[in-house]
Ligand binder design. Structure first.
Ligand code: ADP
Ligand code: ZN
Length: 602
């Protein structure tokens, strides 16, 4: 029987374990239960795949990612691992073939959708086979506090009663202390060993910018920092997804939409293009992305405020899984706050309380003058001992200014409208009054006779919106759910009486970040490739693209960019030398070795 390190070398072609992997793998190989918290790209898959290969029997992997199972299984087969899946997308023949392979001991790994476990026939099937372990992937789906609850996951607590001797390993990339505790208790893993890796993703640059003209801002971000790169743009609604995808395409940037309103075939086609093509952008709602392990996603952009920090971290974590520089960019503005404050007032009491807590944490991240990464990690219960140097606030510390007087002007306008006129208005009207604009609506309501009319000409329209946004974020002002009218809060009174100073951050237009290397070319080629290796790298990429197409798999299933880059740099002349490259395991060496050497020599 192989040891874990032998499997790592032989099957996966990697030199050494990453932080945490070895301990987790050894624990599970010995039959222990484990709960694993590791960031996206940290290397969770090996933590169950290697034990499944070392222990006798089939490793059963529960995963909600039905649309990705085929790719996951393809990637394993390319490594020579015997893998199969069972889910609702299969025809009866295919299912029976997988079941027979499972019972015949011809599988190392079997991927299952969680809803399969509610079906009696599946349980009977599992009972007749020999199971080496249960891996529960995306384990945060069992948590109602988290952002991705799936009722089918609750049934997973029953696995241990049916198979008490089979070790279970639950894994997630997203868990605050509260979610962590909930996963543990719901899956009955309180007695399991908990492994919590560092959550930092140092290669991701975080940037949150004030939203003024989102489309233009997005276009500029893409053109200056990520030309030709693959990435994801998140929007809140289906209609904005459609609009933005069209806008990008009109501007010559290849982009496709993805949301739950599209039919299944279109969604599958767009996802598949994203995985297979270079440099495609998916504009999506949060329906897209879980389990997408495309390693070279170079940016994740948010055009709307995510509902929680957990959601934000999970979504941004899809960038840069290959460890190369990547950007998490967000444009956020007043309307985001208004809309979220309103959404947070829907549903039952417990739901509302959760939403408000989630939103406040998200706003704190957006408005902070300190290091974003420090705040993010703190949210996940981890400490960073110094500012990161790779986020916008570290690189361009925001100025703060004393906004007590402007804040008083806003609040007193809201107060006077209500006291003197019994009226409530949204931000547009309040700002028009402050600026002394004689719009039709101002004249219609006679607001030009208020004493506050025209008292705010020291700031422009955009600055006033920034002030109102930050007052809302700090709870010094509130919005009414029905019409988005601004109303005072208990804390407003302190400001109006002059007993509380208001400090706000200045929303300065930021200069584009200079890239760490390479003038304008996409970061994909720019990193760590000696000039003389570039032509070889391009040849290898062309070979890989053709091979991937022929086999109908994503290019990274053949070899990752990082592996091709190392091959191009070393220019090996024998199979033995090629086999030493990280990511070239036994099976891939046998399958592609000769072709790679020929490509290098041609
Ligand atoms: P996660 O599921 O935690 O997001 P993955 O398991 O997909 O991460 O791993 C992320 C990437 O890192 C994959 O491309 C994987 O092949 C690679 N990887 C994992 N472990 C190692 C290792 N020990 N050495 C080199 N690469 C690794
Ligand atoms: Zn920082």
């Amino acid at each position: 029987m192989d040891t874990p390190i032998e499997v790592l070398h032989r099957v996966f072609g990697y030199d050494s374990f990453r932080e945490g992997q070895q301990e987790i793998i050894e624990h599970v190989v010995k039959g222990g239960d484990a709960l694993v918290l590791m960031p996206t790209g940290g290397g969770k898959s090996l933590c169950y795949q290697i034990p499944a290969l070392v222990r006798p029997g089939v490793g059963v992997v529960i995963s909600p990612l039905i649309a990705l199972m085929q790719d996951q299984v393809d990637a394993l087969r390319a490594l020579g691992v015997r893998a199969g899946f069972l889910n609702s997308t299969q025809g009866i023949d295919e299912r029976q073939a997988v079941e027979a392979a499972f019972l015949g001991g011809e599988l190392d790994l079997l991927y299952l959708a969680p809803e399969r476990l509610r079906v009696d026939s599946t349980l009977r099937l599992l009972a007749r086979g020999d199971i080496s372990l249960f891996a529960i992937d995306e384990a945060h789906c069992v948590s109602q506090w988290g952002h991705d609850f799936r009722p089918d996951y609750l049934a997973l607590s029953g696995l241990h009663e049916r198979w008490p001797e089979v070790p279970r390993i639950a894994l997630t990339a997203t868990a605050t202390p509260a979610t962590h505790a909930e996963i543990s208790s719901r899956l009955g893993l309180d007695q399991a060993r908990h492994f919590v890796a560092g959550f930092d993703r140092p290669n991701i640059h975080y940037r949150i910018t004030a939203k003024s003209e989102p489309k233009r801002q997005l276009l500029e971000f893409l053109r200056t920092e990520h030309p030709g790169d693959a990435g994801i743009v998140y929007c809140l609604s289906r209609s904005s997804v459609e609009k933005i995808a069209e806008f990008l395409a009109d501007n010559g940037i290849p982009a496709v939409p993805y949301h739950a309103g599209l039919d299944a075939a279109t969604r599958a086609a767009h996802q598949s293009r994203f995985l297979r093509e270079d440099g495609l952008i998916v504009v999506a709602t949060i329906a897209f992305g879980m389990g997408i392990d495309k390693p070279d996603v170079r940016f994740v952009a948010h055009l709307d405020l995510p509902k929680s920090v957990e959601g934000y971290y999970q979504e941004t974590g899809r960038a840069g899984r290959d460890g190369l520089p990547a950007t998490a960019w967000m444009a956020y503005g007043l309307q985001d706050v208004v809309q979220h404050r309103r959404l947070a007032l829907e549903g039952d009491e417990a739901h509302r309380r959760r939403q408000v807590l989630h939103l406040d944490a998200m706003l704190a991240l957006c408005e902070t003058a300190g290091c974003r990464r420090v705040l993010l990690l703190d949210y996940f219960g981890q400490e960073l001992d110094k500012p990161c140097g790779n986020c916008d606030t570290c690189q361009t510390p925001p100025e703060s200014w004393d906004a007590t007087v402007p804040a008083q002007k806003v609040l007193s306008t809201v107060l006077r409208l209500f006291r003197e006129r019994r009226q409530k208005f949204g931000v547009g009207q309040i700002v028009d009054i402050l600026l002394g604009k004689t719009t039709a609506k101002v004249l219609q309501h006679g607001h030009d006779s208020l004493t506050v009319f025209g008292v705010g000409t020291e700031l422009g329209n955009t600055e006033w919106h920034g002030v109102v946004r930050q007052l809302l974020a700090q709870g010094l002002l509130a919005v009414e759910p029905a019409h988005g009218a601004l109303v005072l809060t208990d804390a407003s009174a302190d400001v109006l009486r002059g007993e509380r100073e208001v400090r706000l951050r200045r929303d300065a237009p930021r200069p584009a970040r200079s890239r760490p290397s390479g003038g304008g070319s996409s970061s994909r080629q720019a990193v760590e490739l000696p000039a003389e290796a570039a032509p070889l790298f391009e040849r290898l990429r062309a070979w890989r693209a053709a091979t991937a197409k022929e086999q109908g798999v994503p290019a990274y299933v053949i070899f990752h960019d990082a592996t091709l880059r190392e091959i191009a740099t070393l220019a090996p002349s024998s199979l033995a030398e090629l086999g030493k490259v990280s990511g070239v395991g036994e099976n891939k060496l046998a399958k592609y070795g000769e072709q790679v050497l020929e490509t290098l020599a041609s």
